[in-house]
Design a protein around this ligand. Structure first.
Ligand SMILES: [Zn+2]
Length: 141
C-alpha cells in the first residue's frame, strides 16, 4: 500500500462532494432555483446569484480538454512523470475536472475518461474518505 494524500471530507464547502463520492457518484453544486451547475464551488449560483445550492450527481464521463505531463517533482507523494488532464464532462459543457494519471500518458481531444472511486478508508472522525479518480475509458467501460 502506498501513502496517499487524503482530502479533508468534512469541510462544509465540499462535504456534499465527498458524501456523493462515498456513494459512487460525482457531485457538482446545482442551483435549486434555476438548475445551473456551479463549478468550482462557490457560495452563490453563477446563473441567478441565488444561495440555495445543493450537491447533485452528474455523469461520470468526459473527454480531454487539455493536458500536460509533469516532469518536475514538487511533492514526495506525486512521483514524476505524471499526466494532468482537464476533463470536460459529457452532457455538462463548461464543467471540467482535473484528473491525475501516473506516467506519460498519450492523450488527445478524443480521449474518453470515466470516473472511478478510490476508498481511502475512514478519516480520524470516522467519515468515509472516497476520492473520485479518472481513468481512460476502454471498450468495456
Ligand atoms: Zn441559480
Amino acid at each position: 500500500m502506498s501513502a496517499r494524500l487524503a482530502p479533508r471530507v468534512d469541510d462544509p464547502a465540499s462535504r456534499g462532494f465527498f458524501e456523493l463520492a462515498a456513494n459512487g457518484e460525482l457531485g457538482v453544486l446545482t442551483c435549486a432555483q434555476c438548475s445551473t451547475r456551479t463549478h468550482l464551488p462557490r457560495p452563490r449560483c453563477v446563473g441567478c446569484g441565488g444561495k440555495n445550492l445543493e450537491w447533485a450527481a452528474v455523469v461520470g464521463s468526459g473527454r480531454a480538454k487539455s493536458w500536460t505531463v509533469v516532469e518536475h517533482q514538487v511533492h514526495p507523494l506525486f512521483p514524476v512523470p505524471y499526466t494532468v488532464v482537464l476533463i470536460e464532462l459529457d452532457d455538462e459543457e463548461n464543467i471540467r475536472m482535473v484528473g491525475h494519471l501516473p506516467g506519460r500518458v498519450a492523450v488527445d481531444e478524443s480521449t474518453e475518461f470515466v470516473v472511478d472511486f478510490e476508498d481511502l478508508g475512514p478519516d480520524r472522525n470516522g467519515n468515509a474518505t472516497v476520492l473520485p479518480t479518472w481513468r481512460i475509458a476502454t471498450d468495456n467501460g
